[in-house]
Design a protein around this ligand. Structure first.
Ligand code: 5RP
Length: 228
């Protein structure tokens, strides 16, 4: 098999285009958030007349979709979504992921749960054996942030409130994000279930219950399709 050197941006564009194969005619498509998804949205614009529209996981993706003339539906107006296309910060051999680098993890998890199939699009740098090298994003209610930071310290992690322009970043849901370093998440399902129970946690960026069904991985040999 031949191998070509692609930039990370080109790999993202490849998987963004490849994801179109999973978009059905007349469908409402679940759309994630991030630089890889932006490539998918650009590709989707070319087939916009063949779909009904999208449900979006962030204000940023909604704006981009609307700019390209794609109708965006409220998630409550749609019962079930056939396919959800989104990126990841890390993906392991079971399709478990860390997500939330773009602070959109809660809405991403809601749409993933509403969708029959999750197609993850990622460049090869996102593939890991065990989740945890990427700082784990957790959306929290601000009044609980310090206590949740201490809870993560108990698990061996170092957590920090994410900032933007010197202030805590405020998510689309009006909450804060903490990023946790130093974790080695050996059992993502158990970890997600545990952290979900902590008061003040809105969503944890481990996607285990809502893992990927398929990953389109951008590599120097072309797009690899991983099924889980
Ligand atoms: C946003 C996400 C993104 O999917 C994740 O951060 C990957 O982003 P990118 O495609 O820019 O690398 O979870 O909340």
């Amino acid at each position: 098999m031949t191998s070509t050197t692609f930039t990370q941006d080109e790999l993202k564009a490849q998987v963004g285009r490849a994801a179109l194969d999973y978009v059905m005619r007349g469908a409402i498509v679940g759309v994630g958030t991030g630089s890889t998804v932006n490539k998918f949205i650009d590709a989707l614009a070319a087939v916009k007349s063949a779909i009904r529209g999208a449900v979006s996981s962030s204000l940023a993706s909604t704006e981009r979709l609307r700019e390209l003339g794609i109708e965006v539906f409220d998630s409550n107006a749609v019962d079930e979504i056939a396919v959800y296309i989104d990126g990841a910060d890390e993906i392991d051999p079971h399709g478990y992921m860390i997500k939330g680098g773009g602070a959109a993890l809660t809405r991403e998890k809601i749409i993933a749960a509403q969708s029959r199939r999750f197609v993850c699009i990622a460049d090869a740098s996102k593939q890991v054996q065990t989740l945890g090298a990427f700082p784990l994003p957790v959306e929290v209610i601000p009044m609980a942030a310090r206590r949740i930071v201490r809870e993560f310290a108990r698990l061996g992690g170092t957590a920090q409130v994410r900032e933007k322009d010197g202030e805590p970043l405020v998510t689309d849901n009006g909450q804060h994000i903490i990023d946790v370093r130093g974790l080695h998440i050996a059992d993502p399902l158990a970890f997600e279930a545990e952290v979900n129970q902590w008061p003040g946690v809105v969503a944890v960026g481990v996607f285990a219950r809502n893992r990927a069904d398929i990953c389109l991985l951008g590599t120097s040999q072309g797009v690899r399709t991983l099924r889980f």
